[in-house]
Design a protein around this ligand. Sequence first.
Ligand code: GUN
Ligand code: ZN
Length: 429
Amino acid sequence: MTRIVTGAVLTFGATTADYLHEPQGAVVIGDDGRILWRGARRALPEAWRAAPVDDYDDCLILPGFIDAHIHFPQYRMLAAPGKDLLDWLNRFTFPEESRYGDAAYAAAAAEKFLDRLVTNGTTSAMVFSSVHKSCAEALFAAAGTRRMAIMTGKTMMDRDVPQAVRDTPEAGARDSEALYQKWHRRDRLRYVVSPRFAVTSSEAQLRVAGELMQSLPDTLMQTHLSESTGEVARIRALYPNDKDYTDVYDRFGLLSDRSLFAHGVHLSERECARLSETGSIVAHCPTSNMFLGSGLMSMGHLGKPERPVRLALGTDVGGGTSYSMLATLGAAYKVQMLAGYRPTAFELFHLATRGNAERLRLTDEVGSLDDGKWADIVVIDPKATDVLASRQELSQSLEDMLFALAILGDDRAIRATYVAGRKLHERSE
Ligand code: GUN
Ligand code: ZN
């Protein structure tokens, strides 16, 4: 049945300057879960005037948040106290991920993981699963039931890790292909080629990843790049003949406009230029970088106008410390302040919606509240908490109101979440 959601509609176009804000707005959702219309409530076409309404007063109606980088099998691992990235991986992460070879365990975890995403207003994500086929399988199945646009793949990792989370180049290729055939573009799901990083993949496996990018049309690739100094030193030892970390991936054909690299904290001028030239994307994960002490990724450095690197934004749970994209916006602001750049709230909200949609090649479907897009919607209460409510009394503009939400907001500000037109979450008072 056609439904109407009313509130203060905000949606972005290709740039931050290009936005629509309708303080008394309405979004019309069709039977098929797609947006039929959006605009000022008073201009609602006659045909829909009798349709049932979910009225959210002066709450914000935004496109659902998109998380460009998160790890499903780390769903309960937040706040595991590692000394640094490599220590954290070895001591906590690999043992935890080893559980996901058990299909029943993975299936139960997938429900919890996806519930957490929608509770936080996240409707789409690019997700790392574990090395086990059963893990990606469980996530695809659970996301399919919810009709969420989830993108994932089995992690490829064939060296320097415990046996329980290790594959081989051949098994990695076989499982990736089988999962792609079964799940890619099944309703809203997409397969992503997922070598963990060059520390835990042999050269043979990186070659396989490059071949999969060629042979599986229309897939994206996700991995990690230049997150910590210890990791960069390890890469130098493992690949002494490559120019730098980025050059390792480049040699195997993994740099492209379909490639997402998480972190990019310690990139040289040459690496940024090469990432820019190839259209590669770096996903900034600020809560993770602070928690693991990885360093300050600089959007100013990566975004230099003469060789801009395309940017996305992710929580990186469980290295990240929050599922909330609002909290992640606040963390990005603080990290960038320390790195010498001050993003606007418009820039941050654009990144978490339309920007990430573009980087993940989802703009035909989500990222904005335009006619024909899926009705993936987050309803945000700008006065959700006492602290937010009193701060908003001072807000002088939309930018200011969004800024307060980025700095002070979290799951408590998420009033409701819709996926493909269905309300999957409503916050109880
Ligand atoms: N690098 C390789 N694997 C991981 C991971 O699971 N989390 C983070 N933060 N970095 C990684
Ligand atoms: Zn990660």
